[in-house]
Design a protein around this ligand. Structure first.
Ligand SMILES: CC(C)(COP(=O)(O)OP(=O)(O)OC[C@H]1O[C@@H](n2cnc3c(N)ncnc32)[C@H](O)[C@@H]1OP(=O)(O)O)[C@@H](O)C(=O)NCCC(=O)NCCS
Length: 352
């Protein structure tokens, strides 16, 4: 991920600079206007930086634009003494990582000096018009976007023993730093495969030219309605390789497996998932079905879908899934991570 850099003689880590601690910190950039961290009141602004001997020597601050798919860099600075050591590049890598997590396709910067312009050009920024005609000197970086994939261009199949490690690596990278610092979904899959609830006949991986770029894992769950227990499906993780997001991979995996589940006679699916993705495929919040979590709650991320008309009409009550799906011991995940090349943990907003 390029968030920490060990290549140069000065080793450094990029750390999150929390607002509570760093608000109004003056950044001595060479621009005429004074630069401060968290100057804007926007709650989504986030900053990272490098501390050497407890002194801030570099910083980047960015904010997701609310009206478009851009992430705007407000502050970008490396102390003169620490320039030309790759720190600026690592800061931009953090912004690119955050843009991916936020599904922002453009990073916008307003370069204050010719040095910054040269630097940004080297980082792949150009001076195209990125949508704000008022800012003549606006510089932007566009995430490379691939075309939407069709079913005939990919292979969707059950995973084999020899795929396990690669599938887990793909999932580890996919979920890394997204919902927490690091990720545990790859370890969860490892455990799930050996659990009684796992449904390998419905779970699928998706390959493009032989590379595994997506995976969905199904398991059996139930709704407890008084003394009656109704079987329902759940899935998770569903993950798509970072480089192939937004190309229809998730949709292809869901459509194919949901059809298989319908053919197999399952009545419906209940999930805990990102609330703004699944409704496009027909998922509704579970209050519509009279189903709550096991502790009696309903919220946007708790969604369900009938696989056959009225499939869950007579199913009400509390939803239960395998307990380990919700609670993975941190130490076990850390141990399991040793099987994979290390990835750097980093804070991003919206982690739990
Ligand atoms: C969420 C995820 C599975 C979606 O798969 P995908 O292949 O990227 O999605 P698709 O290409 O099928 O769909 C793309 C469309 O869904 C939208 N979309 C993708 N991810 C989204 C998300 N997290 N929230 C809202 N919309 C999303 C895209 O904007 C795009 O819409 P558009 O064509 O109108 O721009 C994938 O982005 C992923 O693996 N994310 C990280 C892990 C994760 O969050 N998994 C789900 C946990 S419940």
């Amino acid at each position: 991920m390029g968030i920490s850099n060990k290549k140069h003689s000065n080793e450094y880590n990029i750390i999150h600079l929390p607002k509570e601690q760093w608000q109004n910190q003056i950044i001595p950039t060479e621009c005429q206007t004074e630069s401060r961290l968290y100057k804007e009141s926007c709650s989504q602004t986030c900053a990272w930086g490098v501390l050497i001997d407890e002194k801030l020597v570099a910083a980047i601050e960015a904010v997701p634009e609310t009206t478009n798919r851009g992430l705007r860099i407000n502050v970008l600075w490396v102390d003169v003494k620490y320039r030309k050591q790759g720190i600026g590049h690592s800061l931009i890598e953090v912004a690119k990582e955050w843009a991916k997590i936020e599904r922002k396709q453009i990073i916008i910067a307003v370069p204050p000096s010719t040095t910054t312009i040269e630097f940004l050009k080297n980082e792949g920024f150009t001076s195209e018009n990125f949508g704000n005609a008022d800012l003549a000197l606006e510089f932007g970086w566009k995430s490379p976007r691939k075309a939407w994939l069709t079913r005939s261009e990919v292979e969707i199949r059950e995973e084999r023993l020899e795929d396990y490690h690669e599938v887990e690596r793909m999932l580890q990278k996919t979920f890394w730093n997204k919902f927490q610092k690091g990720a545990d979904e790859h370890y969860l899959v490892h455990l799930l495969r050996n659990s009684a609830e796992y449904l390998p006949k419905l779970s699928r991986i998706l390959l493009k030219d032989g590379e595994i770029i997506g995976a969905i894992f199904y398991s059996l769950a139930y709704v407890q309605d008084g003394d009656k227990q109704h079987d329902v499906l759940t899935f998770g993780p569903l993950g798509v390789s970072v480089d192939w997001r937004g190309c229809g991979v998730g949709e292809l995996l869901l459509q194919e497996t949901m059809q298989m589940a319908t053919d197999a006679g399952y009545c419906g699916i209940i999930i805990l998932g990102v609330p703004d993705y699944y409704p496009r495929l027909g998922f509704q919040t579970c209050d519509k079905f009279g189903i709550t979590t096991e502790d009696g709650k309903n919220f946007d991320a708790f969604m369900g879908m009938e696989l056959i008309p009225n499939g869950m009409k007579d199913i009400h009550g509390k939803f239960y899934q395998s307990p380990f799906l919700a609670n993975l011991p941190q130490e076990e995940t850390e141990e399991y991570n040793k099987l994979f090349p290390p990835l750097e943990k980093q804070y991003f907003p919206f982690q739990w």
